[in-house]
Design a protein around this ligand. Sequence first.
Ligand SMILES: [Zn+2]
Length: 442
Amino acid sequence: MSTPISFPPTRSLVLSLIISLLAGHVYGKDVVIHAGTLIDGISETPRHQVSVVIHDDRIIAIEEGFTTPAGAEVIDLSTQTVLPGFIDCHVHIASKLPSRVNATEDWVTHSDLDRAFDGALFMRAMLQQGFTSARDVGGGNDSVAVRNAIASGKIAGPRLWVSLEPLGPTAGHGDPRNGLDPELSHSSWKNGIVDTPEDARIRVREHRRRGADLIKLMPSAGIASTGDDPRQQLMTDEEMRVAVETAHALGMKVAAHIYPAPAIEAAVRAGVDSVEHGSFATPETFALMKSHGTYLVPTLTVFEIYYVAARDHPELLTPGTAPKELANDLLPKKNFPAALKSGVKIAYGTDIGEGDHAMEFGLMISAGMKPIEAILAATRNASDLLGASDRVGSIQPGRYADLVATSADPLSEPTQLEHVNFVMKNGIVYRDHGQPTVGGGQ
Ligand SMILES: [Zn+2]
């Protein structure tokens, strides 16, 4: 792995530094981006010929026309479309593509330390895809370590919010012992187990102590897990209520992985902030979510990838899960138009680690979403779900300088979103002219 540093100093950078020192800026760098088109993550209407003024890691002004404050370095994106850095609200930083590795073998032959190195690699690639923020909803100590290493500038990657192990019952979707020899054990495998409301309260507080930013619940069973039925609710209403109450009291949001409609409705009433997947939701479920302001994170990407894996490489998946994948993975895409019609708030999420995080744009758009709505799902809505709209998700003064650019208009050519050619995070350029900079790695 290369050591991330800011982009290589150029003569103009050195010159602008000297000029800014002469201008009285004792420390700090001023950069101005000349954006041919700006999609700011607030409005549905793009603006043209706009200057984005950046000081250090923050956006400080947006000006009409191409202006150059004295001493500022110009980044010329005058023929490009500039957007806020994308946000993926559902990742697992160390998760490998299911067609590439045997899931069970990978699970029992890797430690959290191994997973941290995988996570570092996958997050570096994700930043290159234009994702400057992400929410990890189910990892271990590896996710905290990678989040901290990125935040302190040791490695390149999106800024991360992490949940640690999902909370759910014994034998539920989050129980790491499912399908294994019952005699096998590992000290971390009980970290997410909740079988009573009191367990829920304690686990939330323990997660907080260990560094969690949010809490993930597994109220219903899963698809990619052995021995459970995705149409069942497994956590009790009271366990969910206590988990949400404890998390919210600590200022943490709650994401809930749920498939069946009655379980979604119970979780929404318990106060969760987002429903992940929502495969078997009905129009009534979406209406209830809308009335509570609950987000839907559809994660069409993971279903697409696992459907193909179950069809082509069932032997690699967790034992017994390929039939569940084949029976259920196409439903969310089928349900997506009903979600759109309901007006429920939608935030962008893929449910992958390794792989193409921009795939979700194309999947949501082909299932009926307008390109601008897909962009806002990955910017404005995603930052709102993170509770971080004051820092990320839009291009306006006060926000981190997290920006991407495409060479053609993504509203008329949405595949552009899968090929960003410029990525800036925290005011540092990680990708330029379609290539990683020295700090961007790869
Ligand atoms: Zn997930």
